[in-house]
Design a protein around this ligand. Structure first.
Ligand code: SF4
Length: 260
C-alpha cells in the first residue's frame, strides 16, 4: 500500500479534512479508509477488552493485514494471557507484545518496591508511567496512525473524542493520528456485536469485571459500587486514568460506563 503524501499541510487542516471524509461512515468503512491511507504504517493497539475485541474481529473479517500490538505491563492477570493466546489462535494472527524497559522497571522496583502503587497516587502514576505510558509511547510512534477501541460513552473524559484525531499526547508534532472507528457506539452495541459474531471475550467479564487492566489494580464491580471503584479503588475518585490517553488532571469527578 502506497503512503499518501500530505506534505505541506498543517496537521489540524489535514485532520479536519479527514473528518469530513469519514463523517457518518461505518466502522468498517473507517477501518478500510485508514488502511488505504496508511497501509503498513497503521497498527491496532488492544488490551483485549470488549471494545478492542470488536476492532480485532472487524479487521480480521475485512481481511486487513493490520499489525496488532498489546501492552504487557508484566502485571497482567493470568486470564489476560490465556485470552491473548486464544484470540491469537482463533483469528490466526500474531500479536506483538509491547514491553516496558526492564532496566526502568528494575530501578523503580528496587527504589519503591514491587507494590509501590499502593503507597501514594504519585507512585501509582510512576508505575503506570514506567509500565504503560513510556512503552506505549515508544511503540505507537513507530507508526503514522493507530487504531483504538475508545468510545465517547466510556467516561466523561472520553466524551469529546473524534473518530479521527491527532494524538499529540504521544507525538506533540501532530504527525501521529488516532483512529477510533466506533466512537459513537454504546456499550450495549459493543456487546450486541460480540454476541452476534461469537467473538471470544475476556474471561474476567464472567467474573464481574467491567474494566480489565493489571491484576493488582483491577477488581470486579461489587453491589452498590460505582464502576470507577473497580480500578485503583484505594485512591480518591479523581485521577483514575492511567495516563495512556488522557491527563490525570482531566478526570476529576468523571463518570465511568458500566457493562450491561
Ligand atoms: S495499573 Fe497498576 S500495576 Fe499496572 S502499571 Fe498502573 S499502577 Fe502499575
Amino acid at each position: 500500500m502506497q503512503k499518501q503524501d500530505d506534505g505541506g499541510i498543517d496537521p489540524e487542516t489535514r485532520v479536519a479534512h479527514w473528518r469530513r471524509e469519514t463523517e457518518g461512515a461505518s466502522p468498517e468503512r473507517i477501518l478500510e479508509w485508514a488502511y488505504q491511507r496508511w497501509g503498513a504504517r497503521l497498527a491496532l493497539f488492544t488490551s483485549f477488552q470488549a471494545d478492542g475485541m470488536v476492532v480485532i474481529d472487524l479487521i480480521c473479517r475485512l481481511g486487513l493485514p493490520i499489525p496488532v500490538l498489546t501492552l504487557d505491563t508484566g502485571r497482567l492477570p493470568p486470564e489476560t494471557y490465556e485470552h491473548w493466546d486464544r484470540v491469537s489462535r482463533h483469528y490466526g494472527i500474531q500479536i506483538e507484545p509491547v514491553l516496558p524497559d526492564p532496566a526502568a522497571v528494575a530501578e523503580m522496583v528496587r527504589r519503591d518496591g514491587p507494590n509501590l502503587f499502593r503507597v501514594a497516587p504519585e507512585l501509582r502514576r510512576e508505575c503506570c508511567r514506567v509500565r504503560k505510558v513510556e512503552p506505549f509511547g515508544g511503540a505507537v510512534t513507530r507508526f503514522a496512525a493507530w487504531i483504538s477501541g475508545l468510545r465517547r460513552s466510556q467516561s466523561d473524559t472520553r466524551s469529546e473524542i473524534h473518530a479521527v484525531e491527532l494524538d499529540r499526547r504521544n507525538d506533540p508534532s501532530g504527525r501521529l493520528v488516532r483512529i477510533s472507528p466506533f466512537v459513537d457506539w454504546s456499550l450495549s452495541q459493543v456487546w450486541t456485536y460480540l454476541r452476534r459474531h461469537q467473538v471470544p471475550t475476556h474471561p474476567l467479564y464472567e467474573k464481574g469485571y467491567h474494566s480489565i487492566g493489571c491484576a493488582p489494580c483491577s477488581r470486579p464491580l461489587r453491589p452498590a459500587e460505582d464502576a470507577r471503584s473497580t480500578r485503583w479503588w484505594w485512591e480518591g475518585s479523581e485521577h483514575r486514568e492511567c495516563g495512556l490517553h488522557f491527563d490525570h488532571q482531566t478526570v476529576s469527578n468523571s463518570r465511568t460506563e458500566v457493562s450491561p
